[in-house]
Design a protein around this ligand. Sequence first.
Ligand code: PGA
Length: 264
Amino acid sequence: MTEPRRPLMAGNWKMNVNHFEAIALVQKLAFALSDKDLEAVDVLVLPPFTDLRSVQTLIDGDRYRIAYGAQDISVHESGAYTGEISGSMLAKLGCSYVLAGHSERREHHAEVDEIVAAKVRSAQRHSMIPILCVGERLEIRREARHVEYVLGQVEAALGDLSTEALSAIVFAYEPVWAIGTGEVATPEDAQEVCGAIRGLVSQRSESAGESVRILYGGSVKMSSVAGIMAQPDIDGCLVGGASLDPDEFIGIVRYRLLAQADQV
Ligand code: PGA
């Protein structure tokens, strides 16, 4: 029997929340989430760089069972790269996860597949888990090329990674047309692509295919999470806007209760 995959709910705060607000937000999450919630689901916050030290101090000091990580990482180790943040700096701050290739980075910062691949490796060199983000724009979906396109992004980022390195990646399928638009992919749309990603990983390594976690992201809310989480190849969500509202994010973490309520 293979181990069931642990659900992961990740809050991508993007460029919101200063370090004072970050403390308040993490405290609210920590007070509201019970041991039972945190035993069932891994909870992760991805604040802006400037909040990380405050978040680290709070989480370590009060021993909260909430993980934290960064929204981006430099491909370089150190040196004359003004404005960049290295993997060793993030690891030193206790980050356990790093986003790689979020569509906003791809779009506004010209992050092509080669850079995304280098970011995945940069995170892994420092023992952090990369969350590899992939997803198609609307015109690609309209042309029904979304599966092929997303698998191309995944292949390009994986390159010749070893099975061990492959098993230590989290994937996030985020259709660009669903991010911040209120337009959620249907659970079936999300499953189609997440299932295809798992199929690709399984071709490289059956065990990695069974164990890797695949998240869905794009306008996830309390009202839509249960249907998404009911899909066999979806193991969690990457939540943007709704992660800034503690009640909404807590509701998402407790999606099981929402699913039960739906059945009553
Ligand atoms: P959204 O963002 O939930 O606001 O659509 C998701 C993301 O970009 O990670």
